[in-house]
Design a protein around this ligand. Sequence first.
Ligand SMILES: CC(=O)N[C@H]1[C@@H](OP(=O)(O)OP(=O)(O)OC[C@H]2O[C@@H](n3ccc(=O)[nH]c3=O)[C@H](O)[C@@H]2O)O[C@H](CO)[C@@H](O)[C@@H]1O
Ligand SMILES: C=C(OP(=O)(O)O)C(=O)O
Length: 417
Amino acid sequence: MDKLLIQGGRPLQGEVVISGAKNAALPILCASLLTADPLELDNVPALRDIGTTLTLLQRMGVRAERKGETHVTLQADQVSSQEAPYELVKTMRASILVLGPLVARFGRARVSLPGGCAIGQRPVDQHIKGLAAMGARIRIEHGFVVAEAERLRGASILTDMVTVTGTENLMMAAALAEGRTVLENAACEPEVVDLAKILIAMGAHIEGHGTDRIVIEGVERLHGAAHRIVPDRIEAGTFLCAVAATGGDIILRHAAPDTLGAVLDKLRDAGLEITTGPDWIRARMDGRPRATGFRTSEYPGFPTDMQAQLMALNTLAEGTAVITENIFENRYMHVQELHRMGADIEIDGHTAVVQGVPQLLGATVMATDLRASASLVIAGLAANGQTTVERIYHLDRGYERMERKLQALGADIQRIQ
Ligand SMILES: CC(=O)N[C@H]1[C@@H](OP(=O)(O)OP(=O)(O)OC[C@H]2O[C@@H](n3ccc(=O)[nH]c3=O)[C@H](O)[C@@H]2O)O[C@H](CO)[C@@H](O)[C@@H]1O
Ligand SMILES: C=C(OP(=O)(O)O)C(=O)O
């Protein structure tokens, strides 16, 4: 199993190119199931989750080809199976995103139930409830969701909570349903908007994406399209937390600052000097960060996928930060590892109280999930001495060549096999 070895204490300097967003690319790859025509995708990040999704689609008969570093072509004109097996779904929950497209286009889907994971239970009841409202007959059988329908019908769907992949699954299904679907309490995340954009380019009739009410007029068929994936706001935010922790001066290229409002606000509060252009962000940090409390919430609020990284920064800050995690019930797995590096954090239910310390000390720590891993890398970059981050396969799910990007910024970080 790969590990990262980090010698902390070096300020970050230079430029880094931000990759396409994992959480936009995953639903968009699954959208290829909605048409027999080719999809041409650019800015697809080279990540383990992308590889898993391509394998899943290929097993169903989708022709998927990577051309060059970031270009992927997909064509679902010879789909022979509508099944997503447990062995793939268990490594990547986003596999549930094939459910809506499969039942909408082929009238049938058999997708393994994802089960719980390190950050919480993460049920998919709202995906199921929405598809049932659209007329799908759904049963749970031997650990699989089995959905069938001659043709889905448009429906008015109010989800019990805001769900990102739930909104995406139902939007894709509704694109091919008969009649109008209204999704109330829909997710407004930039990745939902990016999916809506490619669906519209494929011939779908969608309005209201980016708001909590999305209206979809179903069409009989969709056609091919070309699309460039939106930049990864979480990768960008992670590099910004890293420079805020180590000090230095970096420029992020191919970034989307307009998707990062809440994160940039909090980092400015922490003392990071930030300037932005249409597709770049410059960040300079001098001295110790200030403690910055926050509460995670749905977009445009502060993203749960940045909670661990901003917590890592707060461990080094001057003062006390109160952090509340509102989206996932168990997303504090990084806390016990940060303790091993000398952090002072107390957890009470959904709230973490972080008392900043002047210095962290390098240690051997274990990554437990994707963003927890990123927080340990940030802590390691700023710590005194050597940090070893174990089990970085979690990190590879969502960060493209993170250690190489950090090396280019002057960090002393190496992957050990
Ligand atoms: C691939 C992808 O895009 N992943 C993102 C997506 O995950 P994902 O789409 O899985 O997260 P959701 O937005 O669905 O989850 C939000 C909350 O709703 C709950 N819930 C969700 C659906 C459902 O049917 N029932 C239910 O109870 C979840 O357990 C969670 O507590 O949004 C999360 C919240 O921004 C991010 O952390 C993930 O990075
Ligand atoms: C939780 C995340 O991803 P996923 O939904 O794919 O597990 C994440 O990107 O932080």
